[in-house]
Design a protein around this ligand. Structure first.
Ligand code: NPQ
Ligand code: MG
Length: 388
């Protein structure tokens, strides 16, 4: 049994206060190896948004996981950029920054926009790691050298195509298969996959495509021994999920509905779910992610690290987070090659045949950036400095 490090013992401070000299955001487009379809969208390329903090002659890198359209949450790459330019970057450029908590408290008074805030917290942690010469996993107290991973498989044109993808990813070692579902692509699809693979860890994710009125239909998933049903109901709902959980044997897991440690606490009190998917971006960065992790660990609620089709930079941060003791379920942290033919980090993230990925142990996010390839694919860069 691991007890979490108290926040005070986590090494979230720079060796000395850092006067940041610049905050930059960068947009680059990476083609996907195959289209990714969920209940709300289908894309064939990902517009990646990176953040960079500069201070003490060092750079720290983060990623903003917002999509181009407000379909997963209300944020977009455009809102994130505007909020950083107008509000968040000025708050960080105003006086030397000391700790992660200092970063979080400067950003907290601005309501919402968690993905934009997370991009800055991630870059801060990379910067601190580089200054302290420690990997982020060490700074946050993660004991796990390798993390268990699964893969999220999108909606496919045919059931046959999906079955082939399932086989292919099981052969690569992935420990858990998650199927994206929506009305019309659910019970029969799960039935087909389960018949072919009677004992694999299998889960489904509806991305809020159902209502409580679909409870009887969702109960048809109970016989398939699913690990969980992720976010079946509204993106901002906790109460209907609690009602639904009472009618289902399968554990519910919340994703979209958990936006901070407060909503996580409310979900646990209401028994809206029995598991939580933690995405650093969705909850506003490391501070909230660590708080949700600690809360769930104390409450005996398993958590796992979600994914947003990140580049290697976001992926490296996910690996650090998932090294914490409460992350007992396989995360949506796939190999770079699951999504991209070429990643912006070297070496790319790889999944071993036992379905694990090594947590980077070099300073900061712990992987080298392929700056040439990043530059080649960059669409836009904007940099902010202190003005007064
Ligand atoms: C989830 N991710 O857990 C998300 C949702 C997500 C890996 O399943 C374009 C279209 C980008 C849909 C990014 C995974 C997306 C997208 C993330 C869905 O709910
Ligand atoms: Mg999800």
């Amino acid at each position: 049994m691991h007890t979490p490090l108290p926040t005070s013992a986590r090494q979230l401070a720079a060796p000395a206060p850092v006067a940041l000299t610049g905050v930059a955001v960068r947009l680059l487009r990476l083609r996907l190896v195959r289209p990714f379809e969920t209940s709300f969208d289908r894309i064939d390329s990902r517009l990646i948004m990176l953040t960079r903090l500069e201070g003490e002659g060092v750079q720290g890198w983060g990623e903003i996981v917002a999509l181009e359209e407000p379909l997963f949450s209300y944020e977009t790459v455009d809102t994130a950029r505007q909020i950083i330019k107008r509000h968040l970057a000025p708050a960080l450029l105003r006086g030397p920054v000391t700790t992660l908590d200092d970063v979080a408290s400067r950003l907290r008074r601005f309501r919402g926009h968690p993905m934009a805030k997370a991009g800055l917290e991630l870059a801060w942690m990379d910067l601190v790691g580089r200054l302290r010469q420690e990997p982020i996993t060490t700074l946050i107290g993660g004991p796990r050298p390798r993390v268990n991973v699964g893969v999220s498989l999108g909606i496919e044109p045919t059931r046959q195509a999906l079955l082939a993808l399932v086989d292919q990813h099981l052969a690569l070692g992935y420990q858990r298969i998650k199927l994206k579902i929506k009305p019309g692509w659910d019970v029969d699809v799960v039935d087909a996959v389960r018949q072919r693979h009677p004992s694999i860890l299998l889960s489904v994710d509806a991305n809020a495509a159902y209502t409580l009125g679909d409870a009887a239909h969702l109960r048809k998933l109970d016989p398939f021994n699913l690990l969980m049903i992720e976010q079946p109901l509204g993106h901002n709902d906790l109460v209907d999920h609690a009602r639904l959980q009472q009618q289902l044997a399968t554990p519910l897991c919340l994703d979209e509905s958990i936006v901070d440690v407060h909503s996580a606490g409310q979900a646990l009190q209401l028994e809206s779910c029995r598991m939580i998917n933690i995405k650093i971006g969705r909850v506003g960065g490391y501070s909230e992610a660590l708080a949700i992790h600690d809360l769930c660990l104390a409450a005996g609620i398993p958590v796992w690290c979600g994914g947003m089709l990140e580049s290697g930079i976001g992926r490296a941060h996910n690996l650090a987070l998932a090294s914490l003791p409460g992350f007992t379920l396989p995360g949506d942290i796939s190999a770079s090659a699951r999504y991209f033919t070429r990643d912006i980090i070297v070496p790319p993230v790889e999944v071993a045949s036992d379905g694990t990925v090594a947590v980077p142990t070099r300073p900061g996010l712990g992987l080298d950036l392929d700056l040439d390839y990043m530059t080649q694919e960059t669409v836009e860069i904007e940099r902010f400095e202190q003005t007064t």
